[in-house]
Design a protein around this ligand. Structure first.
Ligand SMILES: CC(C)(COP(=O)(O)OP(=O)(O)OC[C@H]1O[C@@H](n2cnc3c(N)ncnc32)[C@H](O)[C@@H]1OP(=O)(O)O)[C@@H](O)C(=O)NCCC(=O)NCCS
Length: 158
């Protein structure tokens, strides 16, 4: 699959909302997605190329990340891949692109939170040198109550 990478822009909101709702069990609202363009945030997105139009012409949004960056710290706030494109290495590619974007910004501490039940995402993070740092009990709402958040750090911050 030929893919193009670039930062998200507010013009991408429709595509982001569509992907968000199809990929996540508890998707962000459009309003929350729209708030990701503030100054402290940075983003990345992968698009398929339109073969009919040429390898440099975007077709469909297949994945993105949204992160904040404050001084030397970043939290990966959202990462998702379109269901039809999952399991083909795009999540790993996006995570690598996020870590590269952090390095460009001089960020050395990387945090994220993930639902305790989201073992697929945890497997991605663990295989990319994140480690569990702590847990926040009853942090995320579920259909029937609450579930814990697992707080993870990249290359454990001592
Ligand atoms: C988590 C997510 C981004 C992974 O994207 P992906 O493109 O499917 O992942 P990749 O194909 O790059 O796989 C990378 C690693 O993730 C893990 N992984 C992927 N699919 C998995 C599955 N079905 N079961 C267990 N682990 C899995 C593996 O560790 C895999 O590495 P490996 O191929 O070397 O075993 C994607 O599943 C997704 O968008 N999920 C819904 C949104 C979400 O939960 N985001 C995270 C919120 S914190």
């Amino acid at each position: 699959m030929s893919l193009l990478f670039r930062a998200l822009t507010p013009e991408d909101l429709d595509a982001m909302q569509h992907l968000e709702q199809s990929a996540h069990s508890h998707p962000w609202t459009r309003q929350t997605l729209a708030s990701s363009f503030g100054q402290r945030y940075f983003t990345g997105s992968l698009w398929t190329a339109d073969p009919a139009a040429g390898s440099e012409v975007e077709s469909t949004l297949v994945g993105y990340f949204i992160a904040d960056g404050v001084l030397d710290e970043s939290t990966l706030m959202n990462i998702c891949v379109a269901p039809a494109a999952q399991g083909q290495g795009l999540g790993r590619q996006l995570l690598d692109l996020y870590l590269a974007a952090c390095a460009e910004r001089g960020i050395t501490q990387h945090w994220l939170e993930v639902r305790a039940s989201n073992l697929k995402a945890q497997a991605l993070y663990l295989s990319a040198d994140y480690q569990e740092y702590s847990q926040r009990p009853d942090y995320y709402p579920t259909a029937t109550g609450w579930e814990d958040a697992v707080l993870m750090a990249f290359k454990m911050y001592d």
